[in-house]
Design a protein around this ligand. Structure first.
Ligand code: AMP
Ligand code: GLY
Length: 416
């Protein structure tokens, strides 16, 4: 099978890498990809936001399967443009991707489907925001309604800061605060059948001890030995399947990757957010553990035949992913710092380095974005995977590099 991956981040690198190692895959193309993907796949200088250009490329490379990675092209209808040419495409339609593109829409779908989530008010005026903040009390949760790459959300005890954050957005969702550990559960779906992957946990705050601003994610691990044993079953039944059914009922079936961001609260599982694409960096950890064919799974979803596909098989052990960020991330990442040591890190047993914010400049690999790259390691248990991952991290250098040192160091206690 010839495959084409759209996007340039760590998630796309991990997807392309898994496809390149898949027996069913003969070619991997990427647009625009990144220098890391370019070491094993053919890169094409095509704008991932341009549906017609992506569809042209899919035809030109005779792709059997196109995988659209990031949310922005999905929301912009790039998967629709590819499918309109009769090419199998894994990725949500623009209509279905609104589940991520608008938090207010996601709340509406959840209400219609009876999916448990935080109580919320959609506000457009400052006095509505003030009323909603007072109704829920501290800690305050204020979310920009639109796409904000994980950075539109403020959780704070400071009412003035909450109001200020809302003032900077056209429309906000003010929510009840959810306590309890967060879990990411991804499901592959063809709009009807739901195939959940393995739950993972990511670390959203920039600094150790869950301090600092929210980011796209500074690290991740899977599986979650502490999670309730029926978590996947429960979430599939109460969250994933009803949401997929509701979107189909509305005439906008969701075919692609449905990401449920969950809080395991003292009152049960609640949806924090939905995304319409694989999570980053959780995908790096999950794909390192996938023992069955990624191409067959995604192709079955893209062609509406998921009911007939074997369930994903997982390797034993644990995967830990640590993100290395650029100087100034997340506020104002610096570009152009020379990166070294990737090959040395990759020489370690069970370690993969996946690039995201990198570029080639006069033959040198340099930083070009906030989350520069990530190191994923497999191990027999969490301690082994962690120490291998950090051994890899320590072999990589660039000026201003920073990472969390506590990824998967303290995990929640088992809850039933
Ligand atoms: P979101 O973009 O909706 O995923 O929010 C980003 C992060 O903000 C989440 O992963 C949580 O850590 C935090 N967050 C969002 N909503 C809530 C909530 N209702 N209660 C507590 N924390 C939240
Ligand atoms: N790791 C969180 C996300 O991908 O949104």
């Amino acid at each position: 099978m010839r495959t084409l991956v759209i996007g340039s981040g760590g998630r796309e690198h991990a997807l392309a890498l898994a496809l390149s190692r898949d027996d069913g895959v003969t070619e991997v193309h990427a647009a625009p990809g990144n220098p890391g993907i370019g070491t094993f796949a053919e890169l094409h200088d095509v704008d991932p936001m341009d549906g017609a250009a992506v569809a042209d490329l899919a035809e030109r490379v005779r792709a059997d399967l196109v995988v659209v990675g990031p949310e922005a092209p999905l929301v912009a209808g790039v998967a629709d443009a590819v499918r309109a040419r009769g090419v199998a495409c894994f990725g949500a339609s623009a209509d279905a991707a609104r589940i991520e593109g608008s938090k207010a829409f996601a709340k509406e779908v959840m209400a219609a489907a009876g999916v448990p989530t935080a109580m919320a008010h959609v506000c457009e005026k400052p006095d509505e925001v003030a009323d909603a903040l007072d109704a829920f009390g501290a800690p305050f949760v204020v979310k920009d309604d639109g796409l904000a790459a994980g950075k539109g959300v403020l959780v704070t005890g400071d009412r003035t800061a909450a109001l200020a954050h809302a003032a900077g957005c056209a429309r906000v969702v003010v929510e009840e605060f959810l306590d309890g550990p967060e879990v990411s559960l991804f499901a592959v779906t063809d709009g009807e059948t739901v195939v959940p992957l393995m739950p993972a946990q990511d670390f959203k705050r920039a600094y150790d001890g869950d301090e600092g601003p929210n980011t796209g994610g500074m690290g991740a691990y899977a599986p979650l030995a502490w999670a309730p044993t029926d978590l996947v079953e429960q979430v599939t039944e109460r969250v994933l399947q009803p949401t997929v059914d509701e979107l189909r009922r509305r005439g906008t079936p969701f075919s692609g990757l449905l990401y449920a961001g969950l809080a395991l609260t003292s009152r049960g599982v609640r949806v924090v957010e939905f995304n319409a694409r694989f999570g980053d960096p959780e995908t790096q950890a999950l794909l390192a553990l996938l023992g069955s064919s990624l191409s067959r799974l995604l192709y079955a979803a893209a062609t509406g035949r998921l009911a007939g596909v074997e369930a994903p098989r997982w390797l034993p052990g644990v995967a830990v992913t640590v993100v290395l960020a650029a100087d100034g991330y997340p506020e104002s990442p610096r570009k152009g710092d020379v990166i070294s040591g990737i090959d040395a890190a990759q020489e370690l047993d069970g370690v993969d380095v996946v690039q995201a914010g990198t570029a080639l400049s006069d033959g040198a690999l340099v930083t070009a974005g906030g989350r520069v790259l990530s190191v994923t390691a497999l191990g027999e248990d969490l301690d082994e995977a962690r120490s291998r991952a950090y051994e890899g991290v320590h072999r990589i250098r660039f000026a201003g590099e920073h990472h969390r040192t506590d990824i998967a160091a303290r995990v929640p206690v088992r809850s039933e």
